[in-house]
Design a protein around this ligand. Structure first.
Ligand code: CAA
Length: 386
């Protein structure tokens, strides 16, 4: 039985900054951000949005009849809003899903959406009638004027995992690798990530090569068996560092195709920034919409989560996949509202963070359907807007 991703949708915030503006404000050459980091724009998060509202917005884009079938909801996040309660329970209410479902949250930095997908595959293998909704949702936040600032971002990817999937049938072989490493983490007291940035780059490439080589050892496959390799993209240059580490100076047609498809994968991420758990899967949507890939071809996927864990796995693209992935993303990204660096800094400082104080936000300025209206008695108040 084929099991895998049946449908995919993406949502981000209504606002963005141009990274050339951020470069000017920080006194940096804009080419460092555009070429050196490989990012053009960054999603800006108003206080009325968090990983719950973004996750609900992504899932709401899936067809209503498909959402009605959901039997299990798994949220994957590293910017969760509660240390105990699963964020998916709020999302379940906002989406008006059936009460007779199971809901849980996974965590291992940016890797956990892949863990959620693999767990979902297992559930469907045990009971082919299961429809699992996996939502990868995060706000990537490093702090104003930090080296990580240019690699911030926000958004969510929602995926349905079923038997006979329409997008990607996940193959059973995969290679995982885990080591206790402090390259990036967020202690319980911190609203922003702690990161050893240069070290994290090295660990990422090392884990990619280790997991890719193990996968090749197990399967006996070669590079020519892949139409594309999709990478976790904390910033788009990171994917290039990974692929360069594998291809070196290989100029063969196979290698050139992988490079061109990486460019296609990077297209949407360049305009949004890091989604942490969702980044690999926004990359996959971008690849499927903008790349040179055909049904029945194999796509490799490299998932990385700091701390650190990597997994290389693969899937076979299904006929007619185009109809089951979010289709108007380029237009939606174009329609976001640009804000100035002053406005971005103001919004950044208004986010709830670790504060326990009661607060009410003005939701009228946020055009999103799902909004965070504030916090009272340490409980977040989510609302649905018409
Ligand atoms: N024109 C073109 N390129 C330029 C340039 C210019 N004028 N000026 C600098 N550059 C290039 C540099 O040569 C460098 O390129 P290489 O990486 O290819 O050598 C690149 O721009 C970045 O320059 P620096 O290394 O000097 O940048 P930095 O010290 O300011 O920090 C960073 C970069 C380490 C990525 C930092 O933004 C950071 O810490 N980000 C967060 C951590 C992160 O994203 N790590 C990724 C792996 S971990 C992971 O994947 C999990 C996750 O999601 C967090």
């Amino acid at each position: 039985m084929k099991i895998g991703i049946d449908q995919m949708a993406f949502a981000t915030t209504p606002y963005y900054i141009e990274l050339s503006d951020l470069a000017a404000a920080r006194g940096v050459d804009p080419n460092k951000f555009k070429i050196g980091i490989g990012q053009d724009r960054q999603a800006v998060v108003p206080p009325t949005q968090d990983m719950v509202t973004l996750g609900a917005a992504a899932a709401k884009k899936l067809p209503k009849n498909a959402l009605r079938q959901v039997t299990t909801l798994i949220t994957a996040t590293e910017s969760g809003i509660d240390n105990s309660k699963a964020s998916g329970i709020y999302i379940k209410r906002l989406l008006k899903l059936n009460d007779y479902i199971r809901v849980v949250e996974t965590k291992e930095a940016c890797y956990s959406a892949t863990a959620a997908l693999q767990f979902a595959r297992g559930l469907v293998a045990l009971n082919p009638e299961e429809t699992v909704l996996v939502i990868a949702s995060d706000i990537a936040r490093y702090g104003l004027k930090t080296p990580g600032e240019v690699t911030q971002g926000a958004g969510a990817v929602a995926m349905l995992v079923t038997k006979n999937p329409h997008v990607l049938a996940i193959e059973s072989v995969s290679a995982s690798y885990t080591k206790d490493i402090m390259d990036f983490w967020r202690p319980l007291f911190a609203a922003e990530a702690h990161v050893d940035g240069k070290y994290s780059n090295q660990v990422y490439v090392d884990f990619f090569l280790k997991t890719y080589q193990r996968y090749i050892q197990i399967t006996g496959r070669t590079l020519a068996d892949f139409a594309a390799i999709a990478f976790h993209l904390p910033y788009t240059k990171m994917g290039k560092k990974g692929l360069d580490g594998l291809l070196n100076n290989d100029q063969s047609p196979v290698a050139q195709r992988l490079r061109n498809n990486l460019t296609a994968e990077q297209q949407f991420s360049r305009q949004v920034g890091n989604l942490y758990t969702g980044s690999l899967y926004l990359g996959l949507i971008s690849l499927l919409q903008n790349g040179d890939v055909q049904p029945r071809e194999r796509i490799g996927l490299f998932s990385y989560g700091s701390g650190a864990e990597g997994e290389f796995y693969s899937g076979i693209l299904q006929p007619g996949y185009q109809e089951y992935i979010d289709s108007h993303l380029q237009e939606e990204l174009q329609n976001r509202q640009q804000v100035t660096i002053d406005q971005y800094e103001h919004l950044f400082n208004q986010q709830l963070g670790m504060s326990s104080a009661d607060v009410e936000f003005d939701v009228s300025s946020d055009p999103s359907e799902y909004v965070l209206a504030g916090q009272k008695n340490a409980q977040r108040n989510y609302q649905i807007q018409d």
